[in-house]
Ligand binder design. Structure first.
Ligand SMILES: [Zn+2]
Length: 292
């Protein structure tokens, strides 16, 4: 299924899991299920070839949430504050009660306040033995860089992405995941991005946005030549970004309208260069303030 998760599962079984894991992407349920499985693998009394036995005392207690060495923390309100982390810290340094491994799972870790994150960092810098801390987050960028750099990052693709990735065969998984992200989870667009190459698409779109921001018509020359298929692809990627910007409140619908118009013209128009230039001029007029 997922190569990285398979490797980690093997590491958990062999009790050589990293001290700090950062789960990001995918769904909370999937992250929670994997965290639970790792806790079981580390503590099960009679693991089988398939994984934890699900029969022993440790497996039962972990599943029912009553294992003294496996604990969960999540925000009490909207954030995880310093008081919560201080209380948690004490538990981390308590002696192992009965399990082989202490496992601490922090849900919605991207909601740690800065003081709380710094409190957590102290523990991470001096981790007690046989302890694994699992941070679950939607977005890895929401985690303090000093914590992030000490963690092993574990990416959870979402279901549609997972299916798409599995159907691709031999490709660079990281580049494929990026293509999927750029496509706004549109599988056929993602496939097209991957064919052209993610770096190429990203570079072109970034250049175009800088040009609009600077309202620098002369620099437009560096964007050509491109053929009609490329132009369509670039406009589609910009449309996805514009849509995301609108839903996040950082973008205005004018850009989306201009892009829609440009794509309609491109379908008729043989000269993609003309379409892109007209689009750029229109965006110059609107002001470059919606480019970020
Ligand atoms: Zn068991």
């Amino acid at each position: 299924m997922n190569l990285q998760l398979d490797l980690l599962e093997k590491a958990a079984r062999e009790k050589r899991l990293a001290h700090l894991l950062l789960f990001h992407g995918g769904s909370e349920q999937h992250q929670r299920a994997v965290a639970l499985r790792f806790a079981q693998l580390l503590n099960c009394r009679q693991p089988t070839a398939e994984g934890p036995c699900q029969k022993c005392y440790a497996c039962h207690k972990i599943i029912s949430g009553n294992h003294p060495d496996v604990s969960w923390m999540k925000p009490l309100k909207t954030t995880i504050g310093i008081e919560q982390v201080l209380g948690w810290q004490q538990k981390v340094y308590l002696k192992h009660y009965e399990g082989n491994y202490k496992v601490f799972i922090i849900e919605q870790a991207d909601s740690l306040t800065l003081p709380a994150a710094n409190g957590l960092l102290k523990v991470i810098e001096e981790p007690p033995e046989r302890t694994v801390i699992i941070l679950c987050a939607h977005n890895a960028e929401g985690i303090l860089p000093t914590i992030q750099s000490r963690a092993q990052l574990v990416y959870f693709p979402d279901l549609s992405e997972d299916n798409w990735l599995n159907g691709l065969g031999e490709v660079d998984q990281q580049e494929a995941a990026l293509a999927f992200h750029l496509s706004g989870k549109n599988q056929s667009l993602a496939t097209a991005i991957l064919e052209y190459g993610v770096p190429l698409v990203k570079e072109w779109v970034t250049k175009f946005r800088i040009i609009v921001e600077e309202r620098n018509f002369l620099k437009l020359f560096s964007l050509f030549p491109i053929d009609k298929n490329q132009a369509t692809l670039y406009l589609q990627v910009m449309e996805v970004q514009a849509q995301e910007g609108i839903s996040e409140g950082s973008n205005h619908p004018v850009e989306l309208l201009a892009l829609g118009k440009a794509m309609a013209v491109l379908r008729q128009q043989v000269n993609p260069r003309l379409v892109i230039e007209v689009l750029a001029l229109e965006l110059f007029q609107q002001g470059g303030d919606f480019c970020d």
